[in-house]
Design a protein around this ligand. Sequence first.
Ligand code: TTP
Ligand code: MN
Ligand code: MN
Ligand code: MN
Length: 371
Amino acid sequence: AVNDSEVTPFTVPSYACQRRSTLENHNAVLTDALSLLAENAELSDEDGRGVAFRRAAAVLKALPSAVTNMSQLTGLPCLGGHSLRVIKDILENGTSSEVESTKESERFKALKVLTGIFGVGSKTADRWIREGIHNLQQLRDSGQTLNRAQQAGLEHYDDIKQPVSLAEAEAIRGIVGRAVASVSPEAQIVLTGGFRRGKLTGHDVDFLITHPEEGSEVGLMPKLVSWLESRVSCHLQNVLLICDVIFLCAFQQERIKRCEIKLLALRCRITYSEQDETTASPSTTERRWRAVRVDLVVSPISQFAFALLGWTGSKLFERELRRWAGHEKGMSLSSHALYDNKQGRYIRASSEEEIFAHLGLEFIPPNERNA
Ligand code: TTP
Ligand code: MN
Ligand code: MN
Ligand code: MN
């Protein structure tokens, strides 16, 4: 047994954007538990509590080794009483009774299933639960009016739930890239979100599109979506991808900010033709059709660096960057701009590195933003 006096407490800076968080996590049991409580709080519209659990989990993710003793946590930031009780419970008993009872609660299970439908948020799910709807079958039988997004979300529920692999993301990158090139040859496209941070799976595929000439990005999104809607098929290296847009939701055009966002799902059939090494003849692995969630963002080049930083995530890393900017630097950071509140002016930046420098932060590369 380790004597308390021999334990060296860990130290980490208090903002997640000051830390390097890789995908390696030595405290997954603890962070899974805290993340579940965060999710439950968020689904119950208790965002403050949700963030507190997310911050606590992020501190544990940043530790260089597994926590074995509560005294190692002395002086660490963002660990409130509630999070510490959960950690203590797990270190002492192997599980946390609060986490276990939350996981098993009918309400949590129903909220998870219902908000898993694209286009259904916690408010709608809560209303349905109060009307006795706890699962997809009860929803189908209830005669509730669903909007188009929700209907499609319900229809493709299993596909949308299934994680997207890196290979699928790259195949979709190929087809969206071809679509972009054909509607605007000079436009550029980058993969953002979790895949840019080095994750091997995701719940969707996120793309950011821009044009080197300011203003030439205007009108690109509708053309791009029409191209995708026209049910195209194309061969890209060893991948045949047939896609059409099966639903297009939550269209958001921020006119003033000159940035367009579309959340959609593509129906994809990805056929990998691999050279069979033993027989030297091509063998084909065909996948069935599936729906994949895709987020498309078009940004003017003047905002590109801010959009790239804002859409790479993680969500907590982004939140912490904005908190740092506001609380420590008197600045407002968004996916469009950085504003200096004291000087009353916008600060330009053409790369992520420049934004970190303006914020007085050491540059953290995407694969270390997995807070
Ligand atoms: P997500 O796609 O939700 O998350 P992810 O890619 O990190 O994880 P997963 O692999 O599960 O898909 O969000 C990607 C980033 O986009 C994240 O940093 C949050 C950010 N974002 C929005 O989701 N909505 C917005 O309106 C803006 C401006 C940014
Ligand atoms: Mn994503
Ligand atoms: Mn996610
Ligand atoms: Mn996304």
